[in-house]
Design a protein around this ligand. Structure first.
Ligand code: F6R
Length: 588
């Protein structure tokens, strides 16, 4: 949610900032802006819409000579996505960019306005700029400290002070790194934004204030200077390349076979690398969006095969509800970004209650990766399309492997899936390669207004992700239902030609799901069945090889991703950046 990039050095900042913003566009893209500053002046340029609009606008401007600049791409929280609400915001001498939410902004706004301080936008960010400016006499660090004592909520801030040659940064509950270059420094919400310039960075911890000049970066907290470790990222500039694909989403779908191989093979060689789940009596899986749907697949496998009680809860609910913990509770957090605000809060709640936490996470430098007691990295590399594909698939793969290990640990060595894991990448590739059949299905459904997904047990968990993928990138209303539940109300929406995508892999409920398909078929539904067994012939049948229950979902998921992709493409949607969304949801 919102991306920040900043530069200080001897180069002209504008190109560095714009290129950085383009990398951060996944974090929000409803408006953007940059601020450039030299000893005398600050220049701010803002634009509504995608970064390319800002880029065009900058070309028309006479830019000041500056060696310091901050920039921002916005996902609106307070106030409409228009130019006056776009960042940077300048009040008096202070110019800031902000990622996060200031929860007491309206109270503070009233106080400021009662002091006759005029604010020009509807944003919480301008309130912060006004407060820093209000407290600023001659010591900016003191003014920042006084401000953070007044505000509640989350923030990553890039701050420039007119007449001051440094760049300042601070964060709490929103990510921010400081990139270390050769006689230049950067700030960014994500190291990927500055990877063309440096792979060295410092992680700013909560409420540490960075004073950054061309040659130096001083970090302090509560008046004390702090020595920070310089880290190196393994993300390469090439990994952000589209490699000739029209959309990142397609590139990321295509990467899945290789990534499965890279992630699963080293682990299957020695399962003891994975944590022992059998020592827990209850597992809580907590996550958001696709990640919780991956968790629901894990729940089914862990309960059905390893006999471990599992609850699955979306993090935004879990963090505020009454939760019963015992010494034998494990909380599993699943997150691609590792920065999802609600999932972070759920993790901290579990830690506060003294229970073990295990993160299944992609971004190694993220808050969840750093703060969780144990971690399993999914090794998906940077995922740039806003809608997750490869990260979700790898989350499912890790949960399948964990369930398989727990089952073996409990029941002895009666099953051996090493050979199956060996051939999994090839099978996934073959399924991805059937592009024509997905396109044919897409052509037959892309004009519909409603699409339903049905399945039972694990097939229902998979359906939830299929439905989310379709609706978020194609904007077609879609719902996933437990196949047996449809007739308790929703079946009234089924009419002639309504597409129903049915997933039928679970052998125990296979016949039941077939009956449910018949119920909607007899009301005119167009049936697209995805299965690992012989089914009656429907409007479309997609067959995948039958493999163990643990890894079966991995063969169904690419079919759903590709149907969603082809539908969105036929509808002319901006597949990588669906409207209203942002990839990393760092606000609650
Ligand atoms: C959907 C999607 C989101 C994320 C969710 C959690 O395609 O990408 O639903 O899965 O926002 O994000 P992470 O995994 O970063 O915690």
């Amino acid at each position: 949610m919102c991306g920040i990039v900043g530069y200080i050095g001897s180069k002209k900042p504008n190109n560095i900032l714009i290129e950085g913003l383009k990398t951060l566009e996944y974090r929000g893209y409803d408006s953007s802006g940059i601020a450039l500053q030299n000893k005398e002046k600050t220049q701010i340029i803002k634009s509504v819409g995608k970064i390319k609009n800002l880029e065009e606008k900058i070309k028309e401007e006479n830019l000041i000579n500056a060696n310091i600049g901050i920039a921002h791409t916005r996902w609106a929280t307070h106030g409409k996505p228009n130019e006056s609400n776009a960042h940077p915001h300048k009040v008096g001498k202070i110019t800031i960019v902000h990622n996060g939410i200031i929860e007491n902004a309206s109270v503070l706004r009233n106080i400021l306005e009662s002091q006759k301080i005029k604010l020009n936008s509807e944003t919480d960010t301008e309130v912060v700029a006004a407060l820093i400016n209000y407290y600023y006499q001659d010591n900016i660090i003191e003014a920042i400290n006084q401000t953070i004592n007044k505000i509640t909520g989350s923030y990553a801030l890039g701050i420039m002070v007119e007449g001051d040659e440094n760049l300042y940064a601070i964060r709490k509950d929103s990510p921010l790194v400081i990139g270390i270059g050769d006689k230049e420094h950067f700030i960014a919400s994500d190291i990927a934004a500055i990877i063309d310039h440096t792979n060295k960075y410092i992680l700013l911890e909560e409420n540490e204030i960075a004073t950054i000049s061309q040659d130096n970066c001083k970090i302090q907290k509560d008046g004390k200077e702090i020595k920070k470790q310089i880290l190196e990222t393994d993300i390469s500039a090439e990994s952000r390349d589209k490699c000739g694909y029209e959309y990142y989403m397609m590139k990321e779908i295509m990467e899945q076979p290789v990534l499965l191989e890279n992630t699963l093979k080293p682990l299957i060689k020695d399962l003891t690398q994975l944590p022992d789940l059998t020592k827990y009596e209850e597992i809580h899986i907590v996550a958001c969006g696709s990640a919780i749907y991956a968790g629901m697949i894990g729940k089914t496998l862990l309960e059905d095969y390893a006999n471990i009680k599992v609850t699955c809860e979306v993090a935004s609910e879990y963090r505020y509800k009454k939760v019963f913990y015992s010494e034998k509770t494990l909380v599993i957090l699943i997150s691609q970004s590792g920065e999802t605000a609600d999932t972070i809060a759920a993790m901290r709640k579990a830690k506060y209650n003294g229970v073990d936490t295990l993160a299944i996470v992609n971004v190694k430098s993220s808050t969840i990766a750093r703060e969780s007691k144990k971690q399993i990295y999914i090794e998906a590399g940077p995922e740039i399309a806003v809608a997750t594909t490869k990260a979700y698939l790898l989350q499912v793969a890790i949960l399948a492997l964990l369930s398989y290990k727990a089952t073996k640990d409990k029941n002895g060595a009666s099953i051996d899936l090493a050979k199956e894991i060996e051939m999994l990448p090839r099978l996934v590739k073959e399924i991805i390669d059937r592009r024509e059949s997905y396109l044919e299905i897409a052509k037959s459904i892309y004009n519909n207004n409603d699409i339903f997904f049905i399945g039972r047990k694990i097939d229902y968990a998979i359906s939830l992700e299929g439905s989310l993928k379709l609706k978020e990138i194609s904007y077609i209303h879609s719902e996933a239902y437990q196949a047996g539940e449809l007739k308790h109300g929703t079946i009234s929406l089924i009419e002639k030609g309504t597409p129903v995508i049915a997933i039928v892999t679970d052998k125990i409920v296979r016949e039941k799901t077939i009956s449910n398909i018949e119920e909607v078929k007899s009301r005119g539904a167009k049936i697209i069945a995805i299965t690992n067994s012989n089914l009656p012939s429907y409007d479309f049948n997609i067959s995948v090889p039958k493999i163990s229950d643990f890894f079966q979902p991995i063969l169904i998921i690419p079919c759903l991703q590709l149907i969603a992709y082809e539908v969105a493409k036929l509808r002319g949607c901006d597949i990588d950046k669906p409207k209203n969304l942002a990839k990393s949801v760092t606000v609650e």
